[in-house]
Design a protein around this ligand. Structure first.
Ligand SMILES: *[C@@H]1O[C@H](CO)[C@@H](O)[C@H](O)[C@H]1NC(C)=O
Length: 249
């Protein structure tokens, strides 16, 4: 069996790299501390898993992976357009274009009602079984930071984790391995709707964005440890880029 220990320690090194990379515009001592705190948390989590050897040579099964979609726990209009149909009578400028504007338009209570129904129905055990039957053995689950670290002044809603864990449970039963993917970071890491918020990437403009990213990753790591027979990897951040803001980043 491939051990998650390897994945978790590689991840911890990457996290440190991420924190160090983020440091130039920010003050040095606080970030060194928070990177240390997170890496300590991750080291503790990784120790809890134990020191199973990574048996890469005997496991030659090819990875045949598929994404279960930026449409489930982080909505993107092109993946489930029907969620956005309710806004079509609005002026173009007021039509939501991403999860941020979708939740802002509905307010937290109604957004949560609609999204819970979506989380509950968009990906089912039958879908995963069909994927496994057609030869898929890994899936990637994109998740926005707001599932783990949400503030009151943000329109997003949380509550995704039990639905994510249900996918993990189905995956365990069916024999799929899972990669958890942090697909949206605070401030947006790329300015695309796939980060949750379209516009200018503001992610590296403030220390708190980076700290919150590390907090979300630490919580994802905890899930990876709790589900170590199912979760085989963590993608630390999807598509960070500076396309729209070179001079600002
Ligand atoms: C989000 O992360 C920040 C930075 O680590 C932390 O101070 C805050 O308590 C976290 N918020 C939640 C809701 O977990």
């Amino acid at each position: 069996m491939r051990s998650p220990t390897f994945v978790v320690s590689a991840f911890s090194a990457l996290l440190l790299a991420l924190a160090v990379q983020a440091s130039p515009p920010l003050s040095a001592s606080s970030e060194a501390k928070s990177a240390l705190a997170v890496s300590t948390q991750i080291a503790a989590a990784s120790a809890a898993v134990g020191d199973t050897e990574l048996d890469s040579e005997s496991d030659t099964t090819p990875i045949r992976g598929a994404n279960i979609g930026g449409g489930v726990f982080l909505i993107e209009p092109f993946i489930k357009p029907s969620l956005f149909d309710q806004f079509l009578s609005r002026n173009k400028a007021d039509i939501p274009v991403d999860e941020w504007t979708f939740t802002a338009a509905l307010g937290k209570v109604e957004a949560k009602r609609q999204l819970e129904e979506h989380w509950d129905t968009f990906v089912t055990r039958d879908h995963l079984e069909a994927m496994a039957e057609s030869g898929i053995n890994w899936i990637r689950i994109p998740i926005g930071y707001w599932a783990f670290n949400l503030t009151d002044d943000e329109p997003y809603v949380d509550g995704q984790v039990p639905y994510i864990e249900r996918v993990l449970e189905w995956s365990r039963d069916i024999g799929l391995k899972v990669e958890l993917d942090l697909h949206g970071a605070p401030g947006s890491q790329n300015g695309y709707d796939n980060s949750g918020r379209r516009g200018v990437p503001e992610w590296l403009h403030s220390r708190i964005n980076v700290d919150r990213t590390l907090d979300a990753l630490a919580k994802m790591t905890k899930i990876a440890v709790d589900w170590s027979d199912v979760v085989y990897g963590i993608q630390i951040l999807n598509e960070p880029s500076r396309w729209n803001g070179v001079s600002n980043c």
